[in-house]
Design a protein around this ligand. Sequence first.
Ligand code: CA
Ligand code: CA
Length: 201
Amino acid sequence: MGAFVEKSTLITLSLSFLLVIFIVSNSSSQVVEFSDGNSELFADIDGDGKKENIFLESEPQYGVYDGKRGLDANIFTINAVFENGNTVVVDNAARVDGNNPAYLVEIKISESIPSMIGVENFLGAHSGILRVYKYEDGEIIKDLEIFSNSPRIEIKDTDNDGMKEIVSYSRNYGKNPTRDQLIEIYKYENEKWKMIESKEI
Ligand SMILES: [Ca+2]
Ligand SMILES: [Ca+2]
């Protein structure tokens, strides 16, 4: 009998422990790293349970600079290949300034909303930009563009409603260059991203 109680207590404790791990991992934040992502990712962007192969492609393209035609390789296209072989291409998706590469990051804000595609890249020494694309009616459309001069962007649930928001942190370099003071929070509601909070701390 004693052994049985001990065993069931052990099982209860183990289950509690797993539940804690589940809650912690479920509420963990995702940090956009800007510089060490991938040019390819596998994510389910149309919500059918199968992952699409998404990759960035950069081809030499020409633009006009100071009246002269010049090579500009910093324009990326996003390609999403679906299981049936269909490919959706976003032309000139990410215009990257300077020679900074762009990377892909999966943005998963809740279990009920299909993954979105984040394209991240540095702009200059500190600043970074995150562009968020989503799949809609056979197209991939840009839904949001977020800037940070820290750069620090996090994807986390700020109001405990089970859905993650995107939080951008920036510095007020005139006031204090060492601490992130400006915070913007973007929330996905009614199938649209919108800024719900902008504050200085
Ligand atoms: Ca899919
Ligand atoms: Ca939330």
